[in-house]
Design a protein around this ligand. Structure first.
Ligand code: PLP
Length: 421
């Protein structure tokens, strides 16, 4: 099987059969191991999963409560309440610079996860190939497979700052290629695509008549001087073939409230999406949608505070992982994950010959992580640490991590960056 091919050509399966080929996820296994250890009284550091530690802003909570008290608890329009679609339209026009978008092009979903499921299900025919970065947040590949599609991985390289290389994308195009999937900022590496790279990817898509699916769930988690660019803003002439996906989970720490959206101007998709929304969720939770309106229309100063806090956590983890033999950390440009490449000297020192073994070894010491191969077929020699848990846990987790990886004692461990607060 060629690198990055997950399903044999021409192989067709029903949804239930596709589900049998999907695991419950390596990160879930590690998370459950840590939660058990925590329940047994062990100190644990939750660096395995990416759930923002921040609280939902008071004005957003107030809107949620007010909506419930006002009886806005009944069925709502399938595609989203008009007030939220209008607020999203304004945000997309002004912040993302997608000038031509209207409220009719926006479909409110149960988070970006559901947006991806709906997008792939509405777009793909069995056997259609979708080019994806490798590594990639696992659920993207799984949602492509659920829709009968074939994910084709493009290995990302440390030497190129994990940028999605347009030449590598071009090399994987076949007569069955339907779409190029991109994610910026990227989970798990933290790479951010430059405007130039986006324009090159756009040119490839145009030359081959391909769709672009752009997952921008982390658009607001960035480290200076990096900037976020929405590919749809760069391509008014190609807008019909670009599907953009957004989320409130990271920007507004609303992960449990489950709200996101799909943006598409294509008329066929616009006729299919409402059918799948009706048959899967019949509209996103009404009070959540009112909270989302308040998040978009209210003060945005929490975003800068959140970014500063993530920057501090990033420094803490980076400092802890610097200069450790056998481990090469990548300073993320965006997102809240730190990706590190492993080399064979780690096996000689710690007896861990893969990200999987290292992740299990760390979990036994109460330190969470996610093995590289949870994210792609070429990533067995990598590991991911998430820094979305609170800053004190990241600080103490970073110290524990350095001690474990270097065999230092508590007294000789190097001091780490001071907290601002
Ligand atoms: C790249 C990427 N896209 C989408 C999502 C889904 O976010 P949600 O469903 O919470 O909106 C995540 C969640 O971690 C993610 O990492």
């Amino acid at each position: 099987m060629p690198v990055g091919r997950y399903l044999k050509e021409g192989h067709t399966v029903a949804l239930s059969e596709s589900l049998d080929s999907i695991s419950l996820g390596k990160i879930v296994v590690i998370r459950e191991q840590l939660m058990k250890a925590q329940a047994a009284g062990q100190t644990v550091y939750r660096l395995e999963s990416g759930d923002p530690s921040f609280s939902v802003a008071p004005h957003v909570l107030a809107a949620l409560q007010a909506a419930a008290v006002a009886g806005k608890t009944h069925y709502i329009p399938n595609d989203g309440i008009p007030q939220l679609r209008a607020a999203l339209r304004d945000k997309l026009r002004h912040k993302n610079k997608i000038a031509a978008v209207t409220e009719n092009d926006i479909f409110v979903t149960n988070g970006a996860m559901h947006a991806l499921f709906v997008t792939f299900s509405c777009l793909l025919k069995t056997g259609d190939e979708v080019i994806v970065p490798d590594p990639m947040w696992t659920e993207v590949v799984e949602n492509i497979k659920l829709a009968g599609g074939v994910p084709v991985g493009v290995p990302l390289k440390f030497e190129k700052d994990f940028e999605y290389d347009p030449a590598d994308i071009r090399a994987r195009i076949t007569p069955r290629t339907k779409a190029i999937f991109l994610n910026t900022p990227h989970n798990p590496t933290g790479a951010v695509l430059s405007k130039e790279t986006l324009l090159e990817i756009l040119a490839i898509a145009e030359a081959h008549g391909l769709w672009i699916i752009s997952d921008e769930a982390y658009e607001d988690v960035l480290y200076a001087p990096n900037e976020h660019h929405s590919i749809a803003a760069l391509a008014p002439h190609y807008l019909d073939k670009i599907i953009s996906v957004y989320s409130f989970s990271k920007t507004y720490a609303m992960s449990g409230l489950r709200v996101g959206c799909i943006v598409t101007t294509d008329s066929v998709l616009q006729s299919r999406i409402p059918k799948l929304l009706r048959c899967t969720i019949n509209g996103v939770n009404s009070v959540t949608q009112w909270a989302a309106v308040a998040a978009l229309e209210g003060p945005q100063d929490q975003l800068a505070e959140m970014r500063d806090e993530y920057a501090l956590r990033r420094t803490l983890l980076l400092e802890a992982l610097q200069g450790i033999e056998g481990l090469r950390p990548f300073a993320p440009h965006g997102g809240f994950c730190l990706w590190a490449q492993l080399d064979p000297s780690l096996d000689a020192r710690l007896g861990c010959s893969s990200g999987d073994e290292l992740s299990e070894w760390l979990a036994r010491q109460g330190i969470g992580s996610a093995p590289g191969d949870a994210f792609g077929v070429t990533c067995h020699d990598a590991i991911r640490f998430a820094f979305s848990c609170d800053t004190e846990m990241v600080r103490s987790g970073a110290i524990a991590l350095r001690r474990a990886l270097t065999g230092q004692t508590a007294a000789s461990a190097a001091p780490l960056a001071e907290s601002r607060s």
